[in-house]
Design a protein around this ligand. Structure first.
Ligand code: FES
Length: 320
C-alpha cells in the first residue's frame, strides 16, 4: 500500500470541554494539505514512546488549509493521548502517515445516521459536514456523560446543520437519552449507520442495529481502541518466503515473536484496530482477535492481523 508520509506542524490548539484538545496541523513546508475524505484518520508518530497513534480527522473535508483532530486526555490510555497533549503545542512538528480512510461514507445513501460516543464524535463531524455539503438526509447523534464534558458543543450548536444534531447526556433525564428502538430508522438497503466510540457503546449500537435487521455491511464501524486478549495456546508460524519457523508462546504475539527472530512486520496500534500489520496467510486456521477485518474477510481466512490474532490449530503458514 502506498502511504503518504509527511511532516505536519501544529498551527493551533484549543483546549475544549472534557479534556479534549482540538489540534490543527498544517504542512511544515507550507501550501495546501493532502486532501482527505470524511472518515479518514492520520497516523501520528510519538518518538518519545516509539508509538504510532491514529486520530480521526474532524475538520471539513472541503478545507484545504489545515487538518484538525480531537484528542482526549485519557489517563487510562497507554500513554499516547497524554503524550499528544503534552507535546502538540503550537509550532511542534510530527511525523505523520496518511490521511488514510478505513471508514468511508456511502455518499449516495438515502438516509444516514451518525452515532458518536464521547471522543468517537470526531469522524462523525467530518461526515456530517460532507453530507450537509452534498445535500443528503442525515442525523448526528452525539452521546456524552454530561454537557460539561461535551467537546465541539458550541461548534455543533452553531453550525449550519445544527437542526440535524441530537445531543444525549447520560446525566440528564431519560427522555433525551439515545433510545435505539426509536432513534434508528427502519432498516433498508439505502440506509447506512456509522458508529464510533468506546467499545461498550459500539457493541450496544452494532448489536441492536443488527438485531433490528440492519445489514452488517450497512452498519459501519470505526474502533479507536479495543480491549483485546492477546494470550492463548502456543503455536508455530512458518514463514514461507524465508523458510523460518518460529514458536509463538502463550503470552507472545505473532508480530513480537517474529521481531525476536529478526522478521519485522510493521505495527501501529498493536490492538487490532488499524490494519497496519495485515499479513497474508497461506494455510492454517486463524483465531481472529482484531476489530479491523470484516466478517467476509474473516471467513476468507487468508489474512491476519499479526499484532493480536492467533492460530486455532498448531500452525500458520504466512506469506512472508
Ligand atoms: S497494528 Fe493495528 S491492527 Fe495490528
Amino acid at each position: 500500500m502506498t502511504e503518504t508520509k509527511q511532516t505536519l506542524k501544529v498551527s493551533a490548539r484549543i483546549l475544549d470541554r472534557g479534556d479534549i484538545a482540538r489540534i490543527r496541523f498544517v504542512p511544515e513546508a507550507g501550501g495546501p494539505i493532502v486532501p482527505f475524505t470524511a472518515g479518514a484518520h492520520l497516523d501520528l508518530y510519538l518518538p518519545e514512546l516509539d508509538l504510532w497513534r491514529q486520530y480521526s480527522l474532524c475538520s471539513d473535508p472541503a478545507e484545504t488549509g489545515f487538518y484538525e483532530i480531537g484528542v482526549l486526555k485519557d489517563p487510562k490510555s497507554r500513554g499516547g493521548s497524554l503524550k499528544v497533549h503534552e507535546t502538540a503545542v503550537e509550532g511542534a512538528t510530527f511525523r505523520v502517515e496518511g490521511p488514510r480512510n478505513h471508514f468511508p461514507l456511502a455518499e449516495e445513501a438515502a438516509t444516514t445516521v451518525l452515532l458518536g460516543g464521547g471522543i468517537g464524535i470526531t469522524p462523525m463531524i467530518a461526515m456530517a459536514k460532507r453530507l450537509h455539503a452534498i445535500g443528503r438526509d442525515f442525523t448526528l447523534h452525539y452521546c456524552t456523560r454530561s454537557e460539561g464534558v461535551t467537546a465541539f458543543l458550541d461548534e455543533l450548536k452553531g453550525c449550519d446543520f445544527a437542526d440535524r444534531v441530537v445531543f444525549h447526556f447520560d446525566d440528564q433525564d431519560a427522555a433525551q437519552r439515545l433510545d435505539l428502538t426509536n432513534d434508528l430508522p427502519a432498516p433498508s438497503a439505502d440506509t447506512h449507520l456509522y458508529v464510533c466510540g468506546p467499545q461498550g457503546f459500539m457493541d450496544w449500537v452494532i448489536n441492536t442495529a443488527e438485531a433490528a435487521g440492519h445489514a452488517t455491511a450497512n452498519v459501519h464501524r470505526e474502533y479507536f481502541s479495543a480491549d483485546v486478549d492477546l494470550t492463548g495456546a502456543g503455536f508455530e508460524v512458518e514463514c514461507a518466503k524465508s523458510g523460518l519457523t518460529i514458536t509463538v508462546g502463550p503470552d507472545d504475539t505473532i508480530a513480537k515473536a517474529l521481531a525476536k527472530a529478526g522478521i519485522k512486520i510493521e505495527v501501529k496500534c498493536e490492538e487490532g484496530v488499524c490494519g497496519t500489520c495485515l499479513t497474508d496467510v497461506l494455510s492454517g486456521e486463524i483465531d481472529h482477535r482484531d476489530q479491523f477485518l470484516t466478517e467476509e474477510e474473516r471467513e476468507d481466512g487468508d489474512v491476519i492481523c499479526a499484532c493480536c490474532s492467533r492460530a486455532k490449530g498448531p500452525k500458520l503458514v504466512l506469506d512472508i
